[in-house]
Design a protein around this ligand. Structure first.
Ligand SMILES: [Zn+2]
Length: 471
């Protein structure tokens, strides 16, 4: 019997369409792409979902400010994201937009059932609401009375509201997080979340009055559904789920869900609680990556220091941009970038190290018959690092071998050796060609085009410049 292929389902958050994608969005999506490519190369059945979050007050407001019909506005913004992902050579399986009619219909069905099964009830609500987070805040969440993410004072909102019984799931969720059935990585984030659970989970308001740009509550059309509920269900509707309880779509649950730290809390409370209510299984792993700072400062439009993926691609090429983005953040840590350091890293790692190695070895092999050696793999233990999402460490391991190979050429004075001792020279070249072929395979998830180019050059024996030096 043929072995059943392992499945791998990976998601990014769906991005809010009030902006173009910057390096933060790009990092999340690229990391998902790298993992998806890695698992596809292992011949697993992979589904990679991304998309855009298009409902809510802020979107309607931004569309009004741009003097555009809201649907036209979100169409335009979603297209920006698709275009950026295409430029970055991101190979997703579905791009889910929350204004998609099938998504809206499934969310409506699910919401109706949640109400019928008494997971949703009506009550009065008063609370502090950050319009930019689209989240209610407790006094504990605020720093000097302001939302720490947005530096704005939340509004006091009093309304009749529908609530989701989040509190009902507090105990079971805490247990599942504690025992690692729902993994939160890196570990310090798990501890942070468990500390947050100690304060207790309260039921949350899931209805908004006077927000026309949203999905109407099927049992009370005066209200629209809280955007986060609408957004979370994308991880199901993106696989074709139609809103039925207990009926998991193919590929569900997610094996890894990637996100930045600002949206972790909702992803380990509201999202898994919804899944339990819907009688579906929980994601296996939630991974939180850090933020990019630029020269030590938070990236912001007002500081004018935002780095756009298009600028990176223009300067470094697609694979150069992919390499620099993914190697800028360590496992779960923040990372600081500057144009000077990006250029220096590009020159050091790509032009002088990898590019130079391939070029030199192919030049030296020209005109002599050298077979590519078939040695054992030299770069080991990447599987464990991939499972732990330690991308930078994987690249470090590969680049160590590249550095070693360049040094080996120097130590052996290979350009002389091929003349003075052709047999020995051929042997060293053969080993190096084998290593280069292994490197090409191992960088494929990160730099698919470069991988292909190198493998092609190995076939034709003609070396061409992979990464021109930048000044
Ligand atoms: Zn906020």
């Amino acid at each position: 019997m043929a072995k059943r292929k392992k499945k791998f389902y990976i998601t990014t958050p769906i991005y809010y369409v009030n902006d173009r994608p910057h390096v933060g969005h790009s990092y999340t999506t690229l990391a998902a792409d790298v993992l998806a490519r890695y698992h596809r190369l292992k011949e697993e059945k992979v589904f990679f979902l991304t998309g855009t979050d298009e409902h809510g007050f802020k979107v309607a407001q931004a569309a009004a400010a741009a003097k555009k019909p809201t649907q036209e506005f979100v169409d335009e913004k979603a297209a920006f994201f698709k275009e950026s992902w295409s430029k970055l050579n991101i190979n997703y399986d579905n791009f889910l937009r929350t204004t998609n009619p099938a998504h809206i219909s499934a969310v409506t069905t699910a919401t109706k059932h949640l109400y019928e099964k008494n997971f949703i009830y009506k009550d009065k609500y008063e609370g502090l609401y950050c319009q930019n987070c689209e989240q209610y805040k407790t006094l504990d969440d605020l720093i000097e009375g302001k939302c720490p993410e947005h530096q704005i004072e939340p509004q006091l909102i009093r309304e009749e509201s529908y609530f989701f019984r989040l509190s009902k799931f507090e105990k079971i969720l805490r247990e599942k997080i504690e025992i690692g059935e729902l993994k939160i990585e890196p570990p310090e984030k798990k501890n942070e979340i468990l500390a947050f659970f100690k304060k207790g989970l309260k039921d949350i308001s899931i209805s908004r009055a006077n927000v026309a740009w949203g999905i109407p509550l099927p049992f009370d059309k005066r209200y629209s559904l809280y955007v986060w509920i609408d957004a979370f269900l994308n991880y199901l509707t993106g696989l074709g789920w139609n809103g039925e309880f207990g009926k998991a779509p193919n590929f569900f649950p997610p094996d890894v869900q990637l996100m930045s730290k600002d949206i972790l809390r909702v992803h380990v409370t509201i999202w898994p609680a919804l899944l339990l209510a819907l009688e579906l299984s929980l994601p296996k792993k939630i991974f939180v990556h850090g933020y990019f700072t630029v020269n030590g400062q938070k990236m912001s439009k007002s500081l004018g220091n935002v780095i756009w993926p298009e600028e990176l691609i223009q300067k470094f090429g697609v694979d150069g941009a992919r390499y620099l983005l993914i190697s800028s953040l360590s496992y779960g840590q923040d990372g600081d970038v500057s144009w000077e350091r990006l250029i220096a890293k590009y020159n050091a790692d790509l032009a002088n190290n990898l590019g130079n190695l391939v070029n030199r070895v192919l030049k030296l092999s020209e005109g002599i018959k050298v077979k590519i050696g078939k040695g054992k793999p030299r770069i080991k233990n990447l599987e464990k690092l991939f499972n732990e999402l330690k991308f930078k460490e994987i690249l470090d391991a590969i680049w160590q071998k590249i550095s070693w190979a360049n040094k080996h050429i120097e130590d052996k004075k290979l350009w002389d050796l091929v003349k003075t001792n052709p047999n020995e020279g051929k042997k060293v070249l053969s080993e190096l060609l084998s290593l280069i072929s292994e490197i090409a395979e191992k960088i494929a998830p990160f730099m698919p085009e470069t991988s292909e180019k190198i493998l092609n050059q190995l076939k034709t024996g003609k070396g061409e410049i992979l990464f021109p030096r930048l000044r």
